[in-house]
Structures are given as structure tokens and as C-alpha cells.
Write a protein that binds this ligand. Structure first.
Ligand SMILES: Cc1cc2nc3c(=O)[nH]c(=O)nc-3n(C[C@H](O)[C@H](O)[C@H](O)COP(=O)(O)OP(=O)(O)OC[C@H]3O[C@@H](n4cnc5c(N)ncnc54)[C@H](O)[C@@H]3O)c2cc1C
Length: 502
């Protein structure tokens, strides 16, 4: 295990995607780089390791995808409608889902640099592939991608973190595992050092520049209740147990400005009996993302949300919070045989809370914690409200909807009438928090006068201003890459200036 040295030019706090991108960019720009990863090596990689590696980027057509994924065969291209995801679409998605609260400068950087940043990562040895399994359904013999999300990293999150680690080691970057940054040492000249603890001992590490990339505060029960609100302490954590807001706290302690949606977070429907934190052996498979083809019922036996309001990747990140606000913080997703072949892989893992039955009467009796009679009445009313004038099509917003219900289902509404019926129990799984630090267009952390704090940079989940209320799937990794790279480059050029002045 690498010991924390006494001094380094650029110190990166964190060991996830944003941290590695910052480290690689700083190193490429000529700086000597040390990374501090709080987790031991076997749990390293933060939330980035828990992901499926889905990453949202601009592409103007299949030629752009071929540049990124030269392994794509002619046959694969022929059987797929990849569509496009233009800058305009990405801007629109960010604006729409965040209710136009997202910071325009940050969104511009994210969108305009997304394509080029993935090519840069590819140059570093990270490989990508189309997300056939999760973002495209085969209809009439052809795959069609939907929801603006087409690319994933080879090997998912573990593949991404392993690839980034290999690239960092190859570049000569020193990675210190089990090394927790505790605080920043700063004076009039800005940040000059950090306090770090490793192996039970704390020490000071001098630094010419520090990049904070240590995640949000989603794994901190107390901060969740304090900032997200009552009840959020009851959410399950989908990923790393190490993201407790350390980087945010350290920066606020030296005068950094808080920014963004501090009472907001990304949270999804997650296996009801999942453990308190993520389990790397299961990864993201506790999530239950096929709900647009279901109806969801709460403890009262009632529906509570439009399951088909939009494509899954524009609703899933806010529906976790909706589930958390239900009595008992849980819901059941109910499917019939017409759609079970569409269920994502995560429905077929061993660790699911699932019931099935030959009749709806029998099924509602098996939904633990639910008022069965009301549940049956809800399903009957839903079945009677389904309009079948538009054909069901999972690849488009098909407009197959209900009519006359207080809570409509706007797309993909099928009657529940083909047994056996299946139901899956979910609760709220928190992914990451939206509030954090304020940065400028160079990735510098700003103080409460909105002046840069010399020597301090930030990237990834702990930066605020990008996400409000909701989130377009696959943007977390892309943001970590774009802003990580930016912060690393800026930190290295500040170091170069300091070197020249010495
Ligand atoms: C189950 C799951 C699935 C997801 N799927 C996707 C997906 O497919 N696509 C997508 O775009 N996003 C996805 N996300 C969100 C995505 O993981 C994050 O947006 C992204 O990985 C954040 O990267 P990061 O580098 O900022 O943080 P992380 O990857 O969480 O890294 C933070 C790092 O900081 C370290 N750390 C914390 N405190 C300290 C300290 N004091 N000192 C030193 N180190 C510290 C942690 O150990 C960790 O290594 C998913 C998240 C989860 C949990």
C-alpha cells in the first residue's frame, strides 16, 4: 500500500471517476500527482464502481459512435437504429428535467465537451460499447435506442474503475488507499496542505493544488435528515459507504460557498430488503427500473405516481423520493405476462422480494403490508381506464394511456389481465446528493464572495449547480469526466505557474 507522502504538486481527494479523470488530466499536463482514496483498495472506486457505466454523450450519428467504439460491426450497425443525441437535445433534457434551474455555464461545459471527453478517455484506454441490454428494445427485428443514452463503459462501473486505475498507474500517479483527507490547511495564499489519516495516523501533506472529488453526502444519515429533510435518514444507500460529505465540509470550513439544490438528490426504486449500503457483488441490480410497464401500489393499496410519464431515464431519479414519501416507505410494482419478457436483468437476481400468483385476488393477498381489498379495487379501476386505441410500443412514448383516473398512466398502459402476475417490493435507494460546492468555468472552488480559493478545485458529485429536482440518466459519470478533466488541467497549470515563479 502506498504511504501518503509529505508533499505533492497536485493532490486529488477521492478515487472515483471524477478523481481519476482529474488525476490523469493533471498528470498529462505535467504535474506530479498523488491520489487519496479513503476506501481500502477492495472497496475503492466510490459510486463510480457501482454503476453500470451508462454515460450520456452527444453524438450526431453512427459515425460518431464508431469513432468512440471502433469495434462496432457493420452487422450491428445494420440491425440498430441509434438515432442521434445532439447538443440541442442534451441542453433540452438538462433544462427540462431540472425545471430550468441548472447552471447555464456548467451545462454548456458538460454538453459541449461530452463527446470529446469520451474520446480522450478512450485514448487513456477506457473502452465503450452500446447499451443494447438496457436502452434499446428489439421491435420487428431491429433495435431502437431511446432516451438519449446509448453508450456504456466496457465492464460497467468495475470495468471503468479498473481501466482508470490501470491508466493512472501507467502514468506514474501514486494512489494511496485507506487514506482519508480530514481537513484543508489554508491561509491568505490559499490552500497549502491537507490533514490526512492513513492506518490510524494523521499527518500533514503539503500540496501546491488540491482537487476535491470525494463525492456527495448520501451515505451520511445525519446530513440527509438535516438537508434533504425528515425521512431521508431512512433511505437505503445504493453505493459507497464512504461518501459522507467530507470534501464539502472541508471546503466549507475554509470559506467555500455552498451551491445548488441542497435539499435535492437522485434516488430510485430499490429492493425493499436491500442492505444499508451498496453491495459490490450485486452492483446496481437492487434497482427495479422496469416500472413504466407496471403499476405501483403503496401500503394503502393505491397508485401514487404516473409510472409512464416519460422514458424511464427521465423519471427514475425522482421516483425514489416519491416512494420514500409513501406510508412505510415502500411500494409494489405489478406486472402481467404481456410485459415480463421486457423486465431488465435486475428482476432476475436472487435477492428480490417477489411474489407471483395466478389471479389478481391471490396476488393482492400476497403483497406484504398492503391493504388487499383497496389494492384490488385500484387494479380494477386502472384496468377499466386503459385506452387501447394506441398500440403498445416500449421504444417510443406510445401514448397508450388511461383515461379518467386521478393519477393517470400516460404511456405504456396495458391491462393487467394475463396471468401469472408478478409483483416486486421496492423502497427508496439514494444515489447521490445534488447540493455541493460552487465552481467556476475553470473548476476552481469559489468562496462566499464568489472569488476563487487559490489552490482549490472540485469535480464530480460534490459540485452543486448541475442537478435540481431530477436528472437525466447517465449524466453523473459524464459530469465527473468533464469537470474532473477540467479541474485536473487547471490545477496543473496553476502548479506550473507556481513552479515558474519559484
Ligand atoms: C448503484 C449506482 C448506479 C449508478 N449508475 C450510474 C450510471 O450508470 N451512469 C451514471 O452516469 N451514473 C450512475 N450513478 C451515479 C454515479 O455513480 C456518480 O454520479 C459518479 O460516479 C460520481 O463520481 P464521483 O467521482 O464524483 O464520486 P464517487 O465515484 O462516489 O467517488 C468518490 C470517492 O471519494 C472517496 N472519498 C470520500 N471521502 C473521502 C475522503 N475524506 N478522503 C479521500 N477519499 C474520499 C470515496 O471513497 C470515493 O472513492 C450510479 C450510482 C450508483 C450508486
Amino acid at each position: 500500500m502506498s504511504q501518503v507522502p509529505d508533499a505533492a504538486e497536485v493532490v486529488i481527494v477521492g478515487g472515483g471517476n471524477a478523481a481519476f479523470c482529474a488525476a490523469l488530466a493533471a498528470c498529462e499536463s505535467g504535474a506530479e500527482v498523488v491520489m487519496l482514496e479513503r476506501a481500502p483498495k477492495e472497496e475503492s472506486g466510490g459510486n463510480s464502481r457501482f454503476t453500470a457505466g451508462a454515460i450520456r454523450c452527444v453524438y450526431d450519428g453512427v459515425e460518431d459512435l464508431r469513432r468512440l467504439m471502433p469495434d462496432l460491426t457493420d452487422e450491428e450497425v445494420a440491425k440498430t437504429d441509434f438515432g442521434t443525441y445532439s447538443e440541442e437535445q442534451f441542453f433540452d433534457d438538462m433544462g427540462r428535467v431540472t425545471e430550468y434551474r441548472c447552471d447555464p455555464d456548467m451545462v454548456e461545459l458538460l454538453v459541449r465537451q461530452s463527446r470529446e471527453t469520451l474520446l480522450w478517455m478512450r485514448d487513456k484506454g477506457i473502452r465503450f460499447q452500446p447499451i443494447w441490454g438496457r436502452q434499446a428494445f428489439k421491435v420487428d427485428g431491429r433495435f431502437k435506442f431511446w432516451g438519449g443514452l446509448t453508450v456504456e463503459t466496457w465492464g460497467g462501473g468495475p470495468g471503468l474503475v479498473d481501466g482508470l486505475t490501470a491508466a493512472a498507474e501507467k502514468a506514474g500517479i501514486k494512489i494511496c488507499y485507506g487514506a482519508r483527507a480530514l481537513s484543508l490547511v489554508a491561509g491568505d495564499a490559499g490552500v497549502t496542505a491537507l490533514r490526512v489519516r492513513q492506518g490510524g495516523r494523521s499527518k500533514e501533506l503539503r500540496a501546491k493544488a488540491v482537487v476535491l472529488a470525494s463525492g456527495g453526502f448520501e451515505a451520511n444519515h445525519e446530513w440527509r435528515a438535516r438537508y434533504l429533510g425528515p425521512g431521508w435518514d431512512l433511505a437505503k444507500v445504493r453505493g459507497s459507504r464512504f461518501n459522507i460529505g467530507d470534501g464539502i465540509r472541508m471546503a466549507l470550513d475554509i470559506g467555500a460557498a455552498p451551491f445548488g439544490h441542497w435539499s435535492g438528490c437522485h434516488a430510485v426504486g430499490w429492493e425493499r430488503n436491500a442492505p444499508e449500503f451498496g453491495d459490490l457483488a450485486v452492483g446496481d441490480a437492487f434497482q427495479k427500473h422496469s416500472y413504466p410497464f407496471s403499476i405501483m401500489i403503496n401500503a394503502e393499496g393505491k397508485r401514487f405516481v404516473d409510472e409512464g410519464a416519460d422514458f424511464r431515464n427521465y423519471t427514475y431519479a425522482k421516483y425514489g423520493g416519491v416512494i420514500l414519501s409513501q406510508p412505510g416507505q415502500f411500494a409494489w410494482q405489478i406486472f402481467d405476462q404481456k410485459v415480463t419478457h421486457l423486465l431488465r436483468d435486475e428482476y432476475r437476481i436472487r435477492q428480490v422480494t417477489k411474489v407471483s400468483a395466478a389471479t389478481l385476488e391471490e396476488l393482492v393477498g400476497k403483497l406484504d403490508g398492503v391493504k388487499a381489498e383497496q389494492a384490488l379495487a385500484t387494479i380494477d379501476a386502472y384496468n377499466a381506464a386503459v385506452q387501447s386505441d394506441s398500440p403498445f410500443d416500449p421504444n417510443i412514448k406510445d401514448g397508450r394511456r388511461t383515461e379518467g383516473l386521478t393519477i393517470p398512466k400516460s404511456n405504456w398502459a396495458n391491462r393487467l389481465d394475463e396471468p401469472p402476475f408478478e409483483a416486486y417490493a421496492v423502497t427508496c435507494g439514494i444515489t447521490f446528493t445534488f447540493g455541493g460546492l460552487r465552481i467556476d468555468r475553470e473548476g476552481r472552488v469559489l468562496d462566499s464572495d464568489h472569488e476563487p480559493i487559490a489552490g482549490l478545485y472540485a469535480a464530480g458529485e460534490l459540485v452543486g449547480g448541475l442537478f435540481y429536482f431530477n436528472y437525466p440518466g447517465g449524466t453523473g459519470l459524464m459530469a465527473g469526466s468533464v469537470f474532473g478533466r477540467l479541474a485536473g488541467e487547471s490545477a496543473a497549470s496553476a502548479v506550473a505557474m507556481k513552479r515558474a515563479a519559484e
